[in-house]
Ligand binder design. Structure first.
Ligand SMILES: Nc1ncnc2c1ncn2[C@@H]1O[C@H](COP(=O)(O)OP(=O)(O)OP(=O)(O)O)[C@@H](O)[C@H]1O
Length: 253
């Protein structure tokens, strides 16, 4: 018998992860401006992917197209194999897409739990709302905050509350627009750990960020948008080694 190692057939490629979300030639025009100009992108289930690119590259518009906040001018969006291009936002949320935008989506004049009730009520039976709120707050790690008026929470705490609210629909994919923007180092670290934890719990994450330190801490894969088009895509190290990406973007951040 020869060397056992050489007799074993090469390990088969692991099965490709299932495509969860796909954008096919998606265009969004605002008057004469093509904010998104033919985006083809596919996100696999379980991925932790970051969208980077210069200001005005179309990143937030891509998120709004995925969520159905804007209809595309052209192209198709597929989720779990269904063409959802014409679906309303609420239907996409029901199917498993959730978003946390950059502008705060919390109600500052209401209490923390009232905010959570608004987010949760459509997704569980009325009798289960309070237990579901407890579960979500503890998953995010903010159960100790109690029930203050939300305007009294710190910036970071409001962002985490909003993430807890975005999880109420039990999403398969969560879109996060600059989740750590405006945070100090400790809050940023908490957010990085939270994003990883959500991903490890099975939620596919697509996030936009400008802070490359934050991106390095968590992203596996990166898509670079430039003038509304995907400019490069790859692992974080491939993207950081790409001279053209450094020239158009990374050299400036
Ligand atoms: N509702 C709108 N009406 C008109 N133009 C818009 C609208 N939303 C975005 N735009 C324009 O589309 C382009 C892309 O904007 P978008 O916000 O998607 O870029 P971005 O990559 O997210 O930028 P940033 O990094 O600065 O947030 C910009 O030129 C912007 O001014």
């Amino acid at each position: 018998m020869g060397n056992l190692r050489s007799e074993i057939s090469p390990v088969l490629e692991p099965p490709r992860k299932e495509t969860l979300l796909e954008l096919r030639n998606v265009v969004k025009q605002f008057g004469g401006l093509k904010a998104v100009d033919g985006v083809n992108m596919s996100v696999r289930r379980g991925e932790l992917r970051c969208l980077i690119g210069p200001n005005g590259a179309g990143k937030s518009t891509v998120f709004k197209l995925i969520m159905g906040i804007y209809p595309p001018t052209q192209g198709h969006i597929l989720f779990k194999g269904n063409d959802i291009t014409k679906y309303d936002t609420w239907k996409r949320a029901r199917m498993g897409i959730s978003i946390k935008m950059q502008v705060p989506g919390v109600y500052g004049e209401l209490s923390l739990r009232d905010n959570m009730r608004i987010a949760t009520q459509n997704f569980v039976e009325p009798g289960d709302v309070e237990a579901e709120i407890d579960r979500l707050l503890s998953f995010v790690g903010i159960e100790q905050l109690g029930n203050p008026q939300v305007s009294n929470l710190s910036h970071g705490q409001q962002q985490w509350l909003e993430i807890a609210m975005a999880l109420a629909s039990k999403p398969d994919i969560l879109l996060l627009d600059e989740p750590a923007a405006g945070m100090g180092p400790e809050e940023t670290e908490f957010t990085a750990q939270l994003v990883k934890k959500m991903n490890e719990s099975g939620i596919t994450i697509l996030f936009i960020d400008h802070d490359m330190e934050f991106v390095r801490r968590i992203a596996e894969n990166v898509t670079v948008l430039h003038y509304g088009k995907p400019f490069a895509e790859g692992t974080l190290s491939e993207i950081e080694a790409n001279e053209e990406v450094v020239r158009i973007y990374l050299g400036k951040v």
